[in-house]
Write a protein that binds this ligand. Structure first.
Ligand SMILES: [Zn+2]
Length: 56
């Protein structure tokens, strides 16, 4: 089964966030406002965060 959610940390401030792996909009860090993910071909392209864990 595909993993739908990813637990990530912001590269800029280190805060944790949970994002949808197929997010279709830009996701920003709620703490510092850095862009964490942009949509790319139907799946999220993680540009400003590091994946800690894949969640079911
Ligand atoms: Zn941040």
């Amino acid at each position: 089964m595909a993993k739908n959610f990813l637990k990530v940390t912001c590269k800029d401030c280190g805060s944790e966030a949970t994002i949808y792996s197929r997010a279709t909009s830009v996701i920003s860090c709620t703490v510092c406002g850095a862009t964490l993910s942009i949509p790319s071909g139907g799946k999220a392209n993680l540009i400003g965060c590091t994946v800690l864990e894949a969640l079911e």
